[in-house]
Design a protein around this ligand. Sequence first.
Ligand code: DGL
Length: 261
Amino acid sequence: MTKLTAPIGVFDSGVGGISTLQTLAKTLPQEDFIFYGDSKNAPYGEKSAATVTDLSKQVVEQLRAHAVKAIVIACNTATSAAKPALITAYPDLPILGIEPALKEAVDAGKQHILVMATPLTLSRPKYLAQRNRFSDQAMIQSLPCPGLADLIEGGEAQLPAIRRLLTKLLTPLSDRPIDAVVLGCTHYPFIEGLIRERFAAGTAFYTGYSGIAANLKQTLQRQQLLRTDAHQQTVSFYSSNETCAEIKLYQHLFEHGIELD
Ligand code: DGL
């Protein structure tokens, strides 16, 4: 296999990255993708940055075994904790990472922005610098959501517990004039419908997917790694939880998402 036709590796702590993968696969229909979910070690968002960096390196090794031509960190937490270390460790491999789409919300003129993400993402210097950069343009409220990604990892069976946790997290904010919500964890878009119900109609939601997809396309183009041949895309799934049920769950989420009703 030449490098041009090699697949793109995408990873997350678990199922969350599959929501990012849906956009990447649609945006680049000629590319093959390999998704790796580290579900055995999820959630990352309540671990230390050093642990998340070690786990991310192990996942990159798994993806390199498939000779991937680029890697997308489809996990805000792993991006904020591990991306610089991964770039240093693998200088020849293009490595991109998703980040909370705060800039997108500010650029759209939003004035009262709520950023929902894991405790680790929101405590990292990368996010704090981003928030400071925009603090004179909008009121930015950061909301750590411990436990939420872990519940979403459990799929539809966890919906009642997810609803209870959202009530606990969001009720204290119900009198705030929020006009934009940044979903700064790739697990959360699976329950975007449930989160939307808690805000006024017209509240804008941002995931950062179009940004990372455009960035990936540009990076591949620049490095002459973008496929342009007529090729039927393949998407393969791997997990550190090596069970058939886990891979089936990944495929189901890729094709249908979480059924909220
Ligand atoms: N989906 C991940 C993120 O975007 C992490 C969730 C977790 O493992 O805590 O931050």
